[in-house]
Every structure is written in C-alpha cells, then in structure tokens.
Design a protein around this ligand. Structure first.
Ligand code: PLP
Length: 392
C-alpha cells in the first residue's frame, strides 16, 4: 500500500501556510492530535505529581503514559525512560554521573556537539573516532584501537544530523561491550527516519527528542532501569531517589508530556495496522522510511546533476538528509533565496561542530541542509530543486 501522504499532510495544520518545510532535522511540525492533547491537558486541569487530588492523579497518569509511549517508540523499558527538556540537558546531566576523571570516553567527529561537549567537560580522557571527509562514513575498524579496559563510555550517533550517515552502531557496540564499556547512542536525528530498536543497536543509553518526530519540545534518554540503579546523579535531597525519577530535575512540563504520547500514537497510526502499539510503530515507521527514501533519491539524484552544487558526504546508509553548497553564494544567501521561494532549509554548522571542522567549512558558514520528514511531498522537493537550479 502506498504511503498515505495526503492524509498524513492533512493532520499538520502548519503545512497549510504554503511553505515547503524541509527543516525537519531542526524540528518537525506538529499534527493536530498533539496540539489537541496539550490544549486538553491544560483545559482539563493538571496538578503537580504525587498529590491526593484528581488533577494530580491526571499528571501521574500523563507521566506514566509518556514513559510507556517513548519506550514503545524505541523498544525500551518504560521504567528506564528519563524525561526532560531536551537531549542536550539530559546528556549533560548523565555524562558527569556516568564517567569522570580516570575514565576514558570514545567520541566521534560525526556527532552533533550535544553528544560531544558534555563528555569532554567531565575530566575524562577523550579518544576520537575520525570521519572519512569524502564519504562521510565513520569506519568501525578504528574502534578496536580506541576502546580498552579503561573505556567507560562510547558515545556515538545513530545518524549524522547534517550528512545523514548511519554508522554501524551494533558493530561499535559489540567492541564496546566486549571491553565492558557503555554505549551512549544519540538517536535524535535517527528516530524520525525509521523504526528504532535500541537493543538491536546495542545502546545502553538511547537519547531522543520528541520535537524531531512531531512532538513538543521534550527530550528523553532511555536505559535499562537496572543500569540506572547503579548511577547516582546530582539531585536535591528532597526529590525522589527512585529510577528514573532520580534523573529528572524539578517539575516536568506535564501537558507537553501528554503531547509526546499523542505524537507516538500519531506515528503508530500513519498507515493502517493492527497489533500492539510497538508493532504498529514498526510497521508505520518502516512505511515512512520507504516513502522518504524514494523521495530522497529524487532530491539527491537531481542535486547530483547540478554542476554548481557541492554535496558533502556519500554514505552508504543514510537518512533523507542532504548538506550542500552552491557556487558563488554563501549558505545563508542560498537559504534566504529559498525562503523567498517558500522553502525552509537550514544553513550553518547545525552544531555538527567537529564534522564541519573535518569538512573544512565550519569557519566559512557551513552549508545548506535540507531534510525530508514523513510529511514532505514531491512538490516540496521540486520547489527546492527549482530554487537551487536558478542559482546556477
Ligand atoms: C543529532 C542531534 N543530536 C542532538 C541534538 C540536540 O538535541 P536537543 O535540541 O534536544 O538538545 C540535535 C538537535 O538538533 C541533533 O540533531
């Protein structure tokens, strides 16, 4: 059955403004059920958690439902879903609690800075996995030399937020686990682009952000509750010491958490399906991935034929994300030109700080990033291509 793109697009009110939203890698638009869930939570009345009255019970239920939904999305355990404002904040919080002076951490130059800097600032010894600047691949073989018995954490992304590269995370995880190290996998860019199974990836920690997959601005890190029991983050004396609450600071955005659950339900229902929510998610996200991949091959294929366009990376396995420059124009000028033609793309280093350094474009404005989400269609792609063609 073809991916029901018309029906999917119709659930996103923002798409009716006529712009081609190719900026999903920086944050997706939000479908009606998510907007409604957040508004309903506020309209119905919510209290802080753990109280004796119904509005508080509603918040208790919202938090529990959100953990269950996020666990379904990534194939994790609801009892190990840590919720917070965004991935960066949660990673800073966890990095210092997991590793420190005397430990080694292995980082990659493929990663968004949010899975780099929190690990470089905790006093551990850093070892770097390098990226091939031409292909944009992260060769696995180098990890055998980087990981040893002192390695506490291997932090790596499941997909590059600019090149789309999907490194061989399970192979890296095998090397890490053989040495007794923990895998901290940044799934922020990968999660919206296909089904996720954090156990198959070998992720001890899997980080994701709901605003990249049609939800509100909420982040989550998912781990085995038994592993979380062994970690003691800084926390208030008065706050719960249970897992995962131990890792959550202050009062949560309860209405937004209800929006996260609605986003997961939306993702599970993009194509008709039966079975558990996890099963429907796997089917629906596989269909979305297939749809995005086909559309992306048109986008990439056409850009490849344009002599005035420089494309960065050509990874074998990638998300529907492309990063390019246009001769004679700065990335910002390209983005402004496209914005005038009703196309939203991002320009700059996009926080891929190490990677844009490797590509030699960090100090020259980076490049232009266009990314597909499950709600983009052929007209979005055509409009981008026409706009770029005009810059020849
Ligand atoms: C791959 C990747 N990792 C991490 C982040 C940071 O996520 P957050 O904004 O939730 O802190 C981003 C944000 O763009 C990202 O694309």
């Amino acid at each position: 059955m073809p991916f029901p793109i018309k029906e999917v697009r119709a659930t996103y009110p923002a798409l009716s403004d006529g712009y081609a939203y190719l900026d999903g890698a920086a944050g997706t638009q939000t479908p009606r059920p998510v907007i409604d869930a957040i508004a309903t939570a506020y309209r119905t009345g919510i209290g802080n958690v753990g109280g004796a009255f119904p509005a508080s019970h509603r918040s208790d239920a919202i938090v529990a439902a959100c953990r269950a939904a996020v666990a379904d999305l990534v194939g994790g355990d609801p009892g190990g879903v840590i919720l917070g404002p965004n991935m960066t904040t949660l990673t800073y919080r966890l990095a210092g609690a997991i590793a420190g002076p005397g430990d080694e951490v292995v980082l990659s130059r493929l990663d968004h800075d949010a899975n780099v800097r929190p690990w470089t600032q905790i006093g551990a010894t850093v070892r770097w996995a390098e990226v091939d600047p031409v292909t944009g691949e992260l060769p696995v073989e180098q990890y055998a030399d980087l990981i040893n018995e002192r390695t506490r954490v291997v932090a790596v992304t499941a997909a590059s937020n600019i090149l789309g590269t999907r490194p061989d995370v399970p192979a890296i995880a095998e090397l890490a686990h053989r040495a007794g190290a923990l895998m901290y996998v940044d799934g922020v860019h990968a999660t919206p682009h296909g089904p996720v199974d954090m156990r198959a990836l070998g992720a001890d920690f899997y980080a994701t952000s709901a605003y990249k997959w049609s939800g509100p601005h909420i982040g989550a890190v998912i781990a085995d509750p038994a592993l979380l029991e062994t970690i003691r983050p800084d926390k208030l004396a008065s706050s719960p010491d249970t897992v995962p609450e131990r890792f959550e600071r202050g009062t949560a955005a309860f209405a937004d958490l209800d929006g996260v659950t609605a986003a997961v339900d939306h993702l599970a229902a993009m194509v008709p399906g039966t079975g558990s929510r996890r099963e429907r998610l796997l089917a629906s996200m596989s269909a979305a991935e297939e749809y995005e991949t086909a559309l992306f091959s048109v986008l990439l294929g056409e850009l490849e034929t344009m002599p005035h366009v420089t494309l960065y990376g050509k990874p074998a396995r990638r998300t529907a994300t492309v990063y390019f420059n246009v001769a004679g124009h700065t990335p910002r000028q390209v983005a402004e030109h496209l914005a005038k033609r009703g196309v939203n793309v991002w320009n700059g280093h996009n926080y891929a700080w190490e990677l844009t350094g490797v590509l030699g474009i960090r100090d020259t404005g980076g490049a232009v990033r266009a990314g597909l989400a499950h709600y983009n269609d052929r007209s979005d792609v055509d409009r981008l291509l026409e706009g770029v063609a005009r810059l020849a």
